[in-house]
Design a protein around this ligand. Structure first.
Ligand code: GTP
Ligand code: SPV
Ligand code: MN
Length: 599
């Protein structure tokens, strides 16, 4: 099998992998339809996949992960650099030698009795100067079938690789799926990833968070570009002008939704064009502007809460050729359901763990038992999205006018505001905070600082990352403007003050207007007030036609509360302490400036 591989670097690596993992057989994936059919048939036989109703959901399949394996496990994720300092205080670290000794022992013989699948894949449009190549080996058919949706996988990747040694080496085995023997290891200096003991998306689709963020952020700094946890979207105004923005929100905080939003009835003249929903690779173009590509080929999106009202484009994207993971299965007609679905729940079904479930089932505390896991996901080809941008595979990417940071914050952060300049914008990104969601293990709802939504994904020292961002701004003659949004501010009763979803376009319209202002947008102008934290829209500058919102709620959404912000500055100080002397002086400067502004 391996003899057919012409690239000697690849063959040499794979020879070693086979000796270590000891698979019974080896299969090189070509990405063909025949291969997909064969592997699907095999997975159906073992129960790894369940075939869904092919009339209602053509090409769709269902999968459950182990019940202890439903989200990324950040505490088992490591950056293995030679020097501990290079991983920084926010990452778990192991030395490459220790990591290889400890986890190599777990990989030893891990594929006995199993088939090893070899998947060459491209991240980024084929032929793009910014695309990168990876090769992942795995013993999971579920991983192969997901990777062929999420990446450009198969023969075309080998062709693009040619005889180059420049590719990411990814090794994944389910192992025994025990959390005690689960590790997600990154060796940025060797462009290598090892993952064992998990079958959950972000831990095992090594193209995604592992390569496209952790390894890529490290490579990006070395090579002069940025790898970010950002959606990319084009906003076409009623005159046909398209403005592209990139937005970083932490996991399960609304990237997929914003990337595909549907304009509200009263803004029908607008069109939304999705370029990407999770990851952006950004380079500086010849014209001194920032250009972004989406390295991925599909969406691995949160299912609960998705319906024809909140995100119709996602609903339409996942009607065919989609893999559903950890949702409710109706075994009668092989359809699926989740909390927040348009239709009412089936009377009797199987929940995400395969247990019998009824919508009125209550737990010990009398709360309704959720049928779908809150982090259940769909995997669907990006090309199926009704609003996919005609430029989503443009080799050079799309020009970015605004970068938007945002979090899930019940208090403090207003609906939208603009930073004064690049340095202040980097500070705004570096001080992002959000309440923890089901996309990662840990206490749900707890507020944590998550700079640029990259806390779990930055492949090197985050203090260096801030420095790199600060320098990066100076290399652009026409840098994007930087904003912050919060769709999740709550009233006293704990209800969301802002309707969210498609209505978010109202805040985005203000962002676009600020970017395209003829006047200097580093001044407040007539559509913003300069506050201690930056430019906040005047209530009259937000388009609220056709929106039912009280003047009080609107004022509350835009309010900058001095006491809350003084507390915020204290909390930020606490967070920054871990970086010690490495924290860039510009960040300290901005922190001081904010304190002074607050008075
Ligand atoms: P990852 O795939 O984990 O990176 O998540 P994401 O950032 O793409 O989040 P996604 O768009 O999937 O949204 C996550 C959850 O937040 C879903 O349950 C959505 O329904 C909900 N959500 C998204 N946008 C909004 C919004 O504007 N307002 C409110 N209230 N909820 C939202
Ligand atoms: C996220 O958690 O940010 C995701 C899903 O996009 S995962 O692939 O699991 O990382
Ligand atoms: Mn994500």
């Amino acid at each position: 099998m391996l003899e057919s591989i012409a690239n000697q670097h690849l063959k040499g690596w794979l020879d070693g992998v086979v000796v270590l993992l000891k698979p019974d057989s080896v299969r090189l994936c070509d990405g063909s339809e025949t291969e997909k059919e064969e592997l699907t048939a095999q997975a159906l036989k073992t129960g790894e996949l369940v075939e869904l109703n092919q009339e209602k959901l053509p090409g769709c399949y269902y999968h459950r992960t182990a019940s202890n394996d439903v989200a990324r496990t950040e505490h088992l994720t490591f950056i293995c650099t030679t020097d501990r300092q290079n991983a920084g205080p926010t990452n778990n670290w192991m030395s490459p030698e220790d990591a290889k000794a400890k986890v190599g022992a777990l990989f030893d013989g891990a594929m006995k009795g199993r088939t090893m699948y070899i998947m060459p894949y491209v991240m980024g449009p084929i032929g793009s100067p910014y695309a990168k190549i990876g090769v992942e080996v795995t013993d999971s058919i579920y991983v192969v079938l997901n990777m062929r949706i999420m990446t450009r996988m198969g023969a075309k990747a080998l062709e693009m690789l040619g005889d180059s040694n420049n590719f990411n080496r990814g090794m994944h085995s389910k192992g025994d799926l025990s959390v005690d023997r689960r590790f997600i290891l990154h060796f940025p200096e060797e462009n290598t990833i090892w993952s064992i003991g998990s079958g959950y998306g972000g831990n095992v689709l090594l193209s995604k968070k592992c390569l496209s963020l952790r390894i890529a952020s490290f490579l990006g700094r070395k090579e002069g570009w940025l790898a970010e946890h950002m959606l990319i979207v084009g906003i076409e105004d009623p005159n046909g002008k398209v403005t592209y923005v990139a937005a970083a929100f932490p996991s399960a905080c609304g990237k997929t939704n914003l990337a595909m939003m549907v304009p509200p009835e009263s803004m029908k003249g607008y069109k939304i064009w999705t370029v990407g929903d999770d990851i952006a690779w950004m380079n500086i173009g010849k014209d001194g502007r920032l250009y972004a590509i989406n390295p991925e080929n599909g969406f691995f999106g949160v299912v609960p809460g998705t319906n024809m009202k909140t995100n119709p484009n996602a609903m339409l994207t996942m009607q065919k050729n989609t893999i559903y993971t950890n949702v409710v299965l109706n075994p009668e007609d092989k359809t699926i359901w989740w909390e927040g679905h348009d239709e009412s729940a089936p009377e009797k079904a199987l929940d995400w763990q395969g247990n019998e479930w009824m919508p009125e089932t209550l737990d010990a505390d009398g709360k309704k038992v959720k049928g779908a896991h809150p982090n259940s996901r769909f995997t669907a080809p990006a090309s199926q999205c009704p609003c996919i941008s005609p430029n989503w595979e443009a080799p050079e990417g799309v020009p970015i006018s605004a970068i938007i940071f945002g979090g899930r914050r019940a208090k403090t952060a207003p609906l939208v505001y603009q930073s004064r300049d690049w340095q202040h914008g980097v500070y705004v990104g570096a001080t992002m905070a959000s309440e923890r969601t089901a996309a990662q293990y840990g206490k749900q709802g707890e507020l944590r600082y998550d700079p640029m939504a990259m806390l779990p994904f930055c492949g090197y020292n985050m203090a260096e990352y801030f420095k790199y961002w600060l320098e990066f701004g100076k290399r652009m003659t026409n840098p994007p403007k930087i904003f912050h949004v919060n769709w999740f501010r709550q009233g006293d009763g704990g209800n969301f003050l802002w309707p969210g979803f498609g209505e978010n376009l109202r805040a985005i319209e203000w962002v676009v207007n600020r970017c395209n202002m003829a006047a200097d947008s580093t001044k407040s102008g007539d559509n913003a007030d300069e506050t201690s934290i930056g430019f906040v829209p005047k209530a009259s500058a937000l388009n609220t036609s056709g929106l039912e919102i009280s003047q009080e709620n609107l004022a509350e959404l835009l309010r900058v509360d001095k006491e809350e912000w003084l507390q915020e500055v204290e909390n930020r100080n606490e967070f920054f302490k871990q970086f010690g002397e490495d924290l860039p002086k510009e960040i300290k400067e901005e922190q001081e400036k904010l304190k002074k502004n607050l008075g």
